[in-house]
Design a binder for this molecule. Structure first.
Ligand SMILES: Nc1ncnc2c1ncn2[C@@H]1O[C@H](COP(=O)(O)OP(=O)(O)OP(=O)(O)O)[C@@H](O)[C@H]1O
Length: 451
């Protein structure tokens, strides 16, 4: 294997020497091959130096003694698979008896220095098998999403992780999400990527933008309902609750449970319903949620309580009815009043951009992972868009969404405007937009200024 790789390098170098002016992908491929060879050549010695070897077993020692051979060497984890990627390398290792995934995880920084890589991350694949991802450069400095991603219904490739893999927002696995971050930290760009990713899918988008609609209203053509103030937001949320109840009635009617129905055929959520009657899933995007929870008078307090109650009901019961919440804000804690922590507990997918204090980071990760809190505080102010994404299992990743301008997101929404479904319950909130010009809108800055 090693000699084959050396031969490949020799051929690549020779080709490079004959003609230095090569496209960028050539030098990228060259770097990856070089890194692969470096890792393979140094593998055993680095693993030993990093304390990732185990001494020879008793029977190997006995065998060597009987055969009068030298004492066998300590053994490193066996390489099951080596896969060069666009950003570096992925190794799959079979651990030796006595080793565990934590041994590898705690040695990642030593491995990074020893192999001369930019970053090394590890994760357990299954019992006894660990995947080690190595990146040759800072992939989050200038985010470039791979051309091919594993897109499935309700699963959006929204950002890149620091280990070079794609970060997906999978609504069916993690129905509701909370995105926090200080001002100018990159929340809107992240949300724009989500909308652009959802636009080509069969999904109804509902937006509540309390920044007077500046973020979501330009994307109106792909939205089935929009609200730009707390009063409309309340009506819209209550309409969504009624829609949810109707969907539950539909699921109930379709269950038709009798003793003869096998378990698998009993519908428990919209995805179990036949496609022809399945209601369209709804993603509700709320920008600057604190605006919905603040009040200055008795009247506003009543409105606030009704809004939070509707949000809590949607978060508790929405998943089976195909209603998913995506809540965005600068802070989201108990200081916003009653019901907020109850709502937060239902928002499993957590993403924190740069925050200014530990309390804000705690609002995202305090109840999930203390390490993630620390990582969120350490995000540098100059790297906008960098975020920590965690889930309820305690796992977290450093991610960054590609920089999508509002113009690009508007063009994507206009392109898929015909996919905007009509949800009867939300019809009164459908934004009124002028008809799209028949000519195709070019994906460039020269597109007309009207969204
Ligand atoms: N992923 C990214 N890559 C590069 N630049 C980014 C990224 N995300 C955000 N930025 C830059 O940071 C600036 C602020 O981003 P954004 O408007 O998303 O912040 P925000 O958190 O929504 O701020 P506010 O709460 O004040 O609206 C943007 O103008 C953009 O240039």
């Amino acid at each position: 294997m090693t000699w084959f790789m050396v031969a490949v390098v020799v051929v690549v170098v020779a080709a490079g020497l004959l003609r230095w002016r090569r496209p960028a992908w050539y030098w990228l491929a060259f770097g990856v091959v070089l890194a692969t060879v470096r890792v393979l050549v140094r593998y055993s010695s680095v693993m030993e130096a990093c304390g990732l070897t185990v001494p020879p077993s008793r029977w190997r020692l006995a065998l060597a003694r009987v055969a009068n051979r030298p004492v066998p060497e300590s053994r490193a984890p066996r390489i099951l698979r080596l896969r060069p990627t666009r950003t570096g390398l992925v190794l799959r290792l079979k651990l030796r008896p006595g080793q565990d995934a934590f041994d590898v995880a705690s040695a990642t920084d030593r491995l990074r220095h020893s192999f001369g890589m930019y970053g090394v991350n590890s994760r357990e694949v299954r019992s006894g098998v660990v995947e080690v991802r190595m990146t040759g450069y800072d992939v989050l400095k200038q985010v470039q999403m791979p051309a091919k991603t594993d897109t499935r219904p309700m699963r959006v490739p929204v950002a890149l992780r620091e280990d070079g893999s794609v970060h997906y927002r999978d609504y069916r696995a993690v129905p509701h999400g909370l995105t926090l971050g200080a001002t100018e930290s990159g929340k809107s760009v992240y949300q724009r990527n989500l909308v652009a990713g959802l636009a080509p899918m069969d999904v109804a988008l509902v937006g509540i933008d309390c920044k007077q609609g500046v973020e979501l209203f330009p994307l109106a053509r792909r939205f089935s309902a929009l609200a730009d103030n707390p009063d409309t937001a309340l009506e819209l949320l209550e309409a969504l609750v009624s829609h949810m109840e109707e969907v539950y009635q539909l699921i109930r009617a379709e269950q038709r449970i009798s003793v003869a129905v096998p378990d698998a055929e009993i519908a428990a959520d919209i995805w179990d319903l036949p496609e022809d009657i399945r209601p369209v899933p709804v993603v509700v995007l709320v920008d600057e949620v604190a605006e919905l929870a603040l009040f200055a008078s008795k009247e506003e307090e009543k409105r606030r309580d009704r809004i939070i109650t509707a949000l809590v009901r949607l978060a508790q019961l929405g998943r089976a009815a195909g209603i998913y919440l995506e809540i965005c804000g600068q802070r989201f804690g108990s200081e916003l009043g009653k019901g907020i922590t109850m709502l937060r507990a239902q928002l499993t997918g957590r993403t924190a951009h740069r925050v200014n204090d530990e309390t804000s980071a705690n609002m995202a990760f305090g109840d999930i992972s203390p390490d993630a809190v620390l990582a969120a505080i350490q995000i540098p102010a100059e790297t906008r868009g960098l975020a920590i994404a965690g889930d309820s299992t305690g796992g977290w990743h450093r991610i960054r969404a590609p920089h999508t301008s509002l113009r690009q997101a508007v063009n994507t929404c206009n392109k898929y405007a015909d996919r905007t479904p009509d949800v009867p319950a939300l019809a009164p909130f459908r934004p009124a937009v002028a008809a799209l010009p028949s000519a195709r809108v070019p994906l460039s800055k020269t597109a007309p200024a009207t969204a």
